[in-house]
Design a protein around this ligand. Structure first.
Ligand code: ZN
Ligand code: ZN
Length: 362
């Protein structure tokens, strides 16, 4: 029993894919694609010359590079899908159940199945069709769909009056000529079928075109990296546009070193009745975290007033700077106050400080 396989060698798919790539690139390469560009349709000949030159030297090569690159990027996945599709077709043919008990219409002998293949049924769905042959030569073959329905030849209808036409075949060498005659209106039609084996046309430029238009693994890898960088860059630009206000705020932030911070706070806390601001050793994580202590120098102030007074003062003073009082607030013990500050530097960290993203995360 014969049946051709749908799945072919990987080389076949590889060359087929490259053939499509070459076709697509050729549409862009050279003069043809150039005239299609809307930017070219300009009346001023001087400007036209500049635009053509720009297209020739910049637009076309860049577009071509992107096409080559995209074709490369999708190549292995596309080939995988093609092979999977053809493998599934082969499986469908192999797993189909052969109809049993088919007999010859001439001599009633049991017929042998000689092939199974996929054909479009009346609903144009690919179905497995089995071909049966009688052991006596010349007896008409029969064909059955999987499931047991016999294949019916489609009647040839007259193009003028839709009646079923008579047909007769004449074979001369490898050419079969079919003549149709309509019994109703006498309309005639002729069809020819050439059975001579077709020579596979070899494109003499295929290898040269392939070299020109199909990227090697090295070049393809470079394209993919280039593309990833370009995408990253454009997402950065987009982020800048979308978060314009944040970036403007970041640009306005006053960045203070620890000594600047101390100089800023000292006169203000003294004025508010606190003293001896001291910083402990900072912890460097993504941002800088610094614990501080302060003494309350105002006699008779109660804990609540002392804590909240200092908290308000520090928060207000740090506005517009790269420092924040941390959310765990300020604690108080017998006139000693302490709390923690977070200092950010660098655009990304300042942006997080402003948006409150990552707030107080250590
Ligand atoms: Zn027979
Ligand atoms: Zn007719």
């Amino acid at each position: 029993m014969s049946s051709y396989t749908h799945l072919k060698d990987e080389t076949y798919y590889n060359e087929l894919y490259d053939k499509f790539t070459i076709e697509e690139c050729k549409r862009w390469d050279g003069k043809k694609g150039l005239e299609d560009l809307p930017t070219i349709q300009d009346k001023d000949p001087k400007e036209l010359k500049i635009k053509i030159s720009f297209s020739k030297n910049v637009v076309i090569p860049v577009a071509l590079y992107a096409i080559k690159g995209e074709r490369y990027a999708k190549k292995s996945e596309t080939i995988r899908q093609w092979m999977e599709r053809d493998r599934a077709l082969d499986e469908k043919v192999a797993n189909a159940t052969e109809p049993r008990g088919i007999r010859c219409l001439v001599c009633s002998s049991p017929m042998n199945c000689i092939s199974r293949d996929l054909y479009s049924d009346t609903k144009n769905k690919d179905q497995v069709l089995f071909m049966f042959e009688c052991s006596t030569k010349g007896h008409k073959r029969r064909a059955y769909w999987e499931g047991g329905e016999e294949w019916e030849p489609k009647p040839d209808l007259c193009s003028k009056c839709k009646a079923v036409m008579y047909s007769s075949n004449v074979r001369e060498g490898n050419i079969i000529t079919t003549n149709y005659i309509c019994p109703e209106c006498d309309h005639r039609e002729t069809d020819t079928l050439d059975l001579s084996p077709k020579e596979k046309k070899i494109d003499p430029n295929f290898e040269a075109d392939r070299k020109k238009y199909c990227l090697s693994d090295k070049e393809g890898g470079e394209y993919i990296t280039w593309m990833a960088n370009a995408k990253h860059l454009s997402s950065l630009v987009k982020d800048r546009e979308e978060n314009k206000e944040v970036y403007e705020a970041v640009a306005k932030i006053k960045t203070l070193a620890i000594v600047d911070l101390q100089n800023l706070l000292n006169p203000l806390i003294e004025k508010a009745g606190y003293a001896k601001l001291e910083f402990r050793k900072p912890e460097v994580k993504k941002d800088l975290f610094v614990e501080f202590t302060i003494q309350d120098s105002k006699p008779g102030r109660v804990e609540y007033d002392s804590r909240h007074g200092l908290e308000r003062l520090i928060k207000k003073t740090l506005e517009g700077t790269n420092w924040r009082l941390m959310s765990d607030g300020i604690s108080y013990n017998l006139g000693f106050l302490n709390g923690r500050l977070r200092g950010a530097s660098g655009e990304d960290h300042l942006k997080e400080l402003i948006t409150g993203k990552d707030a107080d995360q250590e």
